[in-house]
Design a protein around this ligand. Structure first.
Ligand SMILES: [Zn+2]
Length: 168
């Protein structure tokens, strides 16, 4: 089976995702690399494509940069594109790893000082987390009581979409 060209729309989308730079070293010459080799997947899919420079491309082909690393590089491009901070992404991953509900059927919430909620503004705005404040108690010293942060199903889908652990 001969290899069809990567459609230009798809190539553009993958390059824009990376800012028209190598996803690893930021060199400005870019090529499209298949994370799972074309010979194996026989297709061009956005989730499987990443923009790399010829040098990093060759290193990936030789296996010096493995597929899981490439998926993390691609995921990092997504965070940058979505303008989330590393702290926001870390929180989403932390919440994702905990079962949605405990044995009592309660949702797991991360305790967090409400006056520091602005650090999570962007993931709150896009609806990846929701916040429940405890009944407004002012603690000793005038410090407000903490709130609880929950992962929404939209937030869970976002982490799913990063697909870091899928495939080999
Ligand atoms: Zn490179």
């Amino acid at each position: 089976m001969s290899r069809p060209k990567v459609p230009s729309d798809l190539e553009r989308r993958v390059k824009v995702e990376a800012g028209h730079r190598c996803a690893i070293c930021r060199h400005i010459d870019t090529e499209i690399h298949h994370i799972v080799p074309w010979a194996k997947c026989k297709g061009h899919k956005y989730e499987n494509l990443i923009a790399l420079c010829p040098n990093c491309h060759a290193r990936a082909d030789r296996g010096e940069i493995d597929r899981k690393s490439l998926r993390i590089y691609k995921a990092n491009l997504r965070y940058a594109h979505d303008k989330f901070s590393q702290l926001e992404v870390d929180l989403l991953f932390d919440l994702y790893q905990v079962p949605e509900r405990n044995e009592h059927g309660n949702r797991y919430g991360q305790k967090w000082p409400s006056y520091l909620l602005l650090l999570f503004n962007r993931i709150l705005e896009v609806g990846y987390i929701e916040v429940t404040e405890e009944p407004g108690v002012i603690l000793e010293g005038g410090i407000p009581s903490p709130c609880f942060i929950f992962l929404t199903s939209k937030g869970r889908e976002y982490i799913d979409s990063l697909k870091i652990d899928q495939g080999n």
